[in-house]
Write a protein that binds this ligand. Structure first.
Ligand SMILES: [Zn+2]
Length: 132
């Protein structure tokens, strides 16, 4: 299988991530979904064969949980995503990245886009209250 690297990644809204690939495919997902699909051993649990070393965990909805602090390509094969919550062990290979974006694409889902916008507004309010 040939690897497909995105040619463009951007954030059309502070809570959305958009990518475009060389074959013309485009997709938008929420940062919340990107976070929930974090492939690291801590989030997804660790299993070798049938032996379970650790179980997957639920993402805590804490401030900054779904906000990206930084994103960096790793070599030519993956993207590292650092979250404002401090979680920074997620390495998304380009194959996996494309898979989750295409699977969770909400480009044409007005309902989902609206829901994400509302969630984002709500989380901003929550953070403000926490500061007070
Ligand atoms: Zn993780």
């Amino acid at each position: 299988m040939s690897r497909i690297n995105p040619i463009k990644i951007n954030k059309p809204e502070p809570y959305l991530l958009q990518a475009e690939w060389v074959d013309g495919k485009k997709a938008i997902i929420s940062l919340e979904m990107l976070r929930r699909e974090c492939p690291c051993a801590y989030c997804k649990g660790e299993k070798v064969g049938n032996k379970v070393y650790s179980h997957p965990i639920e993402v805590k909805e804490e401030p900054g949980a779904f906000e990206v602090k930084d994103m960096k390509p790793i070599g030519n094969y993956a993207l590292a995503v650092m979250w404002k919550s401090g979680h920074d062990t997620g390495i998304y290979t380009w194959d996996y990245f494309r898979e989750i974006l295409v699977k969770n694409d909400i480009t044409n889902d007005a309902e989902a886009l609206k829901l994400q916008a509302e969630k984002y507004e709500k989380s901003k309010k929550k953070i403000k209250l926490d500061v007070l």
